[in-house]
Design a protein around this ligand. Structure first.
Ligand SMILES: CCCC/C=C\CC(=O)SCCNC(=O)CCNC(=O)[C@H](O)C(C)(C)COP(=O)(O)OP(=O)(O)OC[C@H]1O[C@@H](n2cnc3c(N)ncnc32)[C@H](O)[C@@H]1OP(=O)(O)O
Length: 281
């Protein structure tokens, strides 16, 4: 349940009650502007918003609540100054139990479907790096505004993971077939400027303040439009892709289990984790 906890002027702050976490506060925070009807959804799993099973479940619940609240638009962002979302929590893939891994991937599919199929307009305010699952979250939104000097992309193949068909399709719809094919296969990470050039993001911003201004401008374009016509058109465009994913979801999960439980993948992942640590030395 969404809980109203403050009402300073026109900004209503809602917070979710949820399991405790290493982050301070709830895993997902929602701030609703009562005048515009725009909700800012703040991903709040420190340090890098990596997507654990429970975090994804909270994102899904939040979107469900926003649908019920009949908001007029959503801005998805992070409180970090460096990372929008670091993708799937890699620890979920280190020698996982098969049951847990199946649930993780199911939640990833559902997170994509839920965000991709919102009735309200959505903007990703990408105020930090957005690799893999971070890029996935951004791709679900209708419009992407990225702060300069960060990176974004589907780098899964660099980790030894295949990019699932439903995500490939979302990438293709965004940047076109040729760019998507090369980017998915190579696992390319793009700078903010490169991402703008290929259409992976729609606008750049110097900082989060400017990005927020631009995000509201995008949502304002629908101010005088029938919410029904807008959302019906969006869902007519997107629903088939969601249905396609759902139809093939068990095969997708089976393939991931085979991929992740493989000993070569586990060895590669260990080396990848080590390389993340070594970067800091
Ligand atoms: C297959 C298609 C479907 C797509 C979905 C899933 C696939 C995935 O998402 S796989 C995950 C892919 N993610 C990455 O490859 C990102 C790896 N991380 C980074 O490149 C950097 O951490 C990042 C640029 C995001 C941020 O850099 P920094 O700001 O310099 O932070 P640190 O590197 O010091 O990280 C802090 C802390 O967080 C841990 N970390 C980073 N990423 C993840 C992650 N994805 N999951 C879990 N933990 C992560 C990192 O190891 C550090 O931990 P400590 O060393 O304990 O401090």
């Amino acid at each position: 349940m969404l809980r109203k906890i403050a009402n300073p002027a026109r900004l209503l702050t809602f917070q979710r009650t949820m399991a405790s976490t290493a982050s301070t506060g709830p895993l997902v925070r929602t701030e609703l502007d009562s005048q515009t009807g725009y909700a800012t959804v703040i991903l709040n799993r420190a340090p890098v918003n990596s997507l654990s099973l429970e975090f994804m479940a909270e994102i899904i619940k939040t979107v469900d609540e926003l649908e019920r609240s009949k908001i007029r638009g959503m801005i998805l962002t992070s409180p970090s100054s460096k990372v929008f979302c670091a993708g799937l929590d890699v620890l979920e893939m280190v020698n996982p139990s098969e049951d847990r891994l199946r649930s993780v991937w199911r939640n990833l599919q559902d997170t994509w479907a839920k965000l991709y199929g919102t009735s309200f307009p959505t903007v990703a305010l990408i105020n930090g790096h957005a690799p893999a699952g971070g890029c996935l979250l951004a791709l679900t939104c209708e419009y992407r505004i990225m702060c300069s000097n960060f990176s974004i992309g589907l780098n899964e193949t660099q980790l030894g993971l295949a990019v699932p068909p439903w995500l490939q399709k979302t990438m293709r719809n965004t940047v076109g077939s040729r760019e998507a094919e090369i980017a998915c296969i190579k696992g390319t990470m793009f700078s903010s400027e490169e991402a703008l050039k290929i259409g992976l993001v729609d606008e750049l911003a110097a900082d989060k303040g400017e990005a927020m201004h631009k995000a509201c401008n995008y949502l304002d374009t629908f101010k005088n439009m029938s919410p029904y016509a807008r959302s019906a058109t969006k869902l007519l465009l997107r629903n088939k892709k969601i249905e396609d994913m759902k139809r093939a979801r068990e095969d997708d999960i089976d393939r991931v289990v085979k991929n992740v439980m493989n000993s070569d993948f586990q060895a590669g992942l260990a080396a990848y984790l080590q390389s993340l640590k070594d970067r800091k030395k």
